[in-house]
Design a protein around this ligand. Sequence first.
Ligand code: ZN
Length: 183
Amino acid sequence: MVEASTGVVEADGIWTTKPGLRIGVRVADCVPILLAGPLADGSPWVAALHAGWRGATGYGDPAPGGGILRRGVARYQALGGHPSHLVWAFGPAILACHFEVGLEVIQAARQDPAWQEALASMGPAGKPHLDLHGFLRAQSLDLGLESAREGSVALCTVCRPDLLYSYRRGETTGRQWGWIEIG
Ligand SMILES: [Zn+2]
């Protein structure tokens, strides 16, 4: 989680308070997360985060504090923001219908205090499927974000080749961008 500068930054999350500086994350099947809210002085703060299962669970991350969404909201709070003021959205990603994972992924997700067993289901191949949007939503509500301020787009990248790129579907060249900017 880093503050945006001009140019490309390699990070799993970036934020800015600069009007006109457009920030974004590039994803194929992972979840682009956009956050926007006022800081203590009323000035705007926006963030763009990238959450695959590792990012969502914080798996293998040496930094404490859980996954990228928890760290992003913690940064907002550290700057004086209140989670209930955030407007938040998850963009198109591989959804539970297609997100077959190994058991180690479910085990990693279970470490999160907001985990609910209903977020995992058994797929047709006998392997678990993870509801990544649902998992991130459970974290959001646990963090104090409000349902009424969510504006997610629940489209599956694998299900919608007419609209979206998907790495899982076999495309390795295209990506989606999730953009946010203070106007
Ligand atoms: Zn699907």
